[in-house]
Design a binder for this molecule. Structure first.
Ligand SMILES: CC(C)(COP(=O)(O)OP(=O)(O)OC[C@H]1O[C@@H](n2cnc3c(N)ncnc32)[C@H](O)[C@@H]1OP(=O)(O)O)[C@@H](O)C(=O)NCCC(=O)NCCS
Length: 215
């Protein structure tokens, strides 16, 4: 509705020149250090991923090309989804474009398995725009651990919050290690995750004395 009203076309993208354009838009809006390099990006969004992390990327266009991107993956072993990348060109922000694309991506990921998603995982800058939005409107839970983006795929390793928006249910504290493993192995393709120092440091940092989600 929002997208139609703004006169924007929307298309699922799995490769080609449009994927290269989407990658540039993400780099411009998130910073090159926070987007995997082009070769792994093309692999990530391509149609041939295994059923551990099935990725979908939706792009919005106007006459000048790609102006918004939201990409997510279904984490098959968890019956959950992860939002990987989101960016909207500066002049098109605050019109609901991100929200509309996010909702379509999550619907598509849900439909991959015809089962409602248990929850949605994101890696977010503490106190950033989406962090606040998820906290305020989506009842998000900040996982009690020192979460790290690993040093892989051309990304700059850094501390972020691992944020979970409940769907059908909330995961418990006892599920955190499994969630981090699926992200590291399914999305970052670090198999086995135990060979990554960042993974081991995240697991060691899990605080079992934190509040249970929803508390
Ligand atoms: C974050 C981003 C994708 C949001 O895109 P958008 O199309 O403007 O978002 P929406 O219009 O759908 O807004 C959704 C909600 O987010 C919040 N929000 C969005 N931009 C905001 C801002 N500048 N300040 C405060 N809240 C903001 C609002 O709660 C908004 O809902 P509302 O307008 O009903 O109040 C866009 O600002 C962006 O590309 N930022 C740079 C890249 C980035 O930070 N990506 C996210 C990290 S992965």
């Amino acid at each position: 509705m929002v997208l139609q009203a703004a006169g924007l076309a929307v298309r699922w993208v799995t490769g080609g020149e449009v994927a290269v354009e989407a990658h540039s838009l993400l780099q411009e809006n998130l910073g090159p250090a926070n987007v995997e390099d082009l070769a792994t990006f093309i692999k990530t969004i391509g149609p041939s991923r295994d059923d551990r992390a099935m990725t979908r990327m939706l792009c919005a266009f106007d006459d000048s090309g790609v102006l918004a991107v939201v990409a997510g993956a279904r984490l098959g072993r968890l019956n959950a989804a992860m939002l990987l990348y989101s960016a909207v060109r500066n002049d098109m922000r605050r019109k609901g474009v991100y929200s509309a694309l996010r909702s379509k991506v999550l619907d598509a990921l849900r439909d991959e398995d015809a089962r409602p998603l248990d929850y949605v995982v994101s890696e977010l800058e503490p106190e950033g725009i989406l962090w606040r939005y998820y906290r305020k409107h989506w009842n998000a839970w900040i996982v009690p651990c020192d979460y790290r983006v690993p040093d892989t795929q051309g990304l700059t390793p850094r501390l972020l919050d691992l944020v979970i928006v409940p769907g059908e249910r909330r995961p418990g504290l006892d599920e955190i290690a499994e969630i981090v493993r699926e992200v590291y192995e399914g999305v970052y393709r670090l198999v086995p995750a135990d060979s990554s120092d960042e993974y081991l440091s995240v697991i060691q940092s899990i605080r079992n004395d934190g509040p249970e989600p929803g508390a």
